[in-house]
Design a binder for this molecule. Sequence first.
Ligand SMILES: Cc1cc2nc3c(=O)[nH]c(=O)nc-3n(C[C@H](O)[C@H](O)[C@H](O)COP(=O)(O)OP(=O)(O)OC[C@H]3O[C@@H](n4cnc5c(N)ncnc54)[C@H](O)[C@@H]3O)c2cc1C
Length: 570
Amino acid sequence: MTETISHDVLIIGSGIAGLRAAIEASQLTGGKLSIGVISKVHAMRSHSVCAQGGTAAVLRVDRGDSAEAHIFDTIKGSDYLADQDAAERLVSLAPKEIYQLERWGMPWSREGDGRIAQREFGGHSFPRATFAGDRVGFYEMQTLYDTCLRYPNIQFYHEWYVTKLIVDGGEFRGATAIEIKSGTFTAFKAKGGIIATGGAGRLYAFATYSHSSTADGLAMAYRAGIPLKDMEFVQFHPTGLVPSGVLITEGARGDGGVLTNKDGERFMKKYAAQKLELAPRDVVARAIAREIQEGRGFRDESGMEYVHLDLRHLGAEKIKERLSEIREVCIKLRGIDPIEEPIPVRFVCHFTMGGIHANIDGATPVKGLWSAGEAACITVNGANRLGSNSTAICLVWGAITGRAAAEYAAHHDGANFQRDPVLAEEKRIYDSIFRGEGKDNPYDVKHELEETMDEHANVFRTEQGLGEALKTVRGLKQRAYQHVEVKSTEFNMNLINVLELQSMLDVAEVVLAGAHARAESRGAHFRLDFPKRDDQHWLKHTLAYKTSDGTRLEYSPVTITRYQPKERTY
Ligand SMILES: Cc1cc2nc3c(=O)[nH]c(=O)nc-3n(C[C@H](O)[C@H](O)[C@H](O)COP(=O)(O)OP(=O)(O)OC[C@H]3O[C@@H](n4cnc5c(N)ncnc54)[C@H](O)[C@@H]3O)c2cc1C
């Protein structure tokens, strides 16, 4: 008989968004509610620890920054696909989160007078990224995790893999999960839930993401009938270290780093005459892709083409103080010291603008279920996120959803927990995967998926390429769902990898279907066959629903409050 564990609030994911939600839910009810936080990796290994360069917030009104400017930068950066009320909410609440973290012990980098320091980031008109050297995510996670540990009513389930949401009559009831260590299948019953499972970047081989960013939460929501929104918008960061793909933070360009091609030309002046290297990521990534395409890149031994990111003029002291992690990464992974040599970089998959359809309060269409962080599409980021806005979004909507789920749980009795969906899920996993025909190696299928996405759903896209990719992914789905076999349950990462692969394939189909349909170029979605933005037909969000025949697309309007779309120049 499958064991059932009960909590008032169940948070799936323990990155910045999940941890912030747990603290808020706990504080709101004075420790009365029981809060379960499940993570497939140890909480402190969640992908958020990788965040490097900063968290955006307006702190310096005295020096000329303003909420208005941050809101406008975000909306313009989004290529006008952001819901403008959501951008306003982010900007109004982000400063509070920065000071709240400080009170919990966050070691923000400081200016000489002791005030929290801020650096430049692409697409922002003011230096407003608060930072802690180039390890902002690590310190934010450490601060939040330490704070969570002070609340005895928050219980962590480290290294538990959630497989399915239990939804009954349109209401959230809980989830099913596998304890990775033992392989035990368990049901979690809860009144309120939050999905904070992060992004989907591991659909691509060349990615800055942790290997755990496999789109599980998105796939779970999609299978439970919740639409995925704007999934065709995948961010390519301009500066992934070649050939590993490890991120070189935008803070490096924020602090003065420049991009040059093989002719030694600072090429960004051709693409963004004013903002240069500090144009938004979609603009800089496309510029690098063009330079390479037109033969002005370098070629690595691996065959990868790249341009140079030059920090040498910043001087050893500044690099050691503000960019110490990326210096270490360059030395260890590439044998290059950025104090002495330029860094080989190219565009790399970095962020998922789309996600689980949620309203401005983070509420999904399922009653009692919210989503926060990169998993959620609220939507602040629209077609292109500005750097340093994501950790701010995680903090702001972590707090909003934590409060909402706790309030909901405090005022609702736990409804009857039906066992049928739990049994059905157990059967799905153990019948289909453990008794699969075993002809296919799941790692080969994953590799083919990554290659397909890298080739056809990258910075430049075409109808033909996306159509081919869709066909390939549908074929891979058949193989991953029917023809792989797994044996043994205990600490079997093979089992987890197969479940992750199924999630990635479901979500890849959504990315491709949305991109194939969207016959325009907007933000990170650039169609060579439709190179212009088309507000008349495409100023709208994509909503992707799962059907037995694949993905069905619908569209919904963008919320515009103050800023009418206009041409985007930098
Ligand atoms: C290298 C890098 C640097 C970055 N730097 C910055 C920066 O400087 N500033 C900025 O604003 N943004 C930055 N970003 C983006 C930012 O780090 C992320 O968007 C953000 O950390 C996502 O946090 P999250 O809480 O939504 O989810 P994550 O931190 O991705 O956490 C997801 C959680 O979900 C859990 N999970 C997933 N699936 C399951 C499952 N099936 N069962 C159980 N648990 C599950 C995971 O274990 C994990 O705990 C960076 C991104 C990268 C890749």
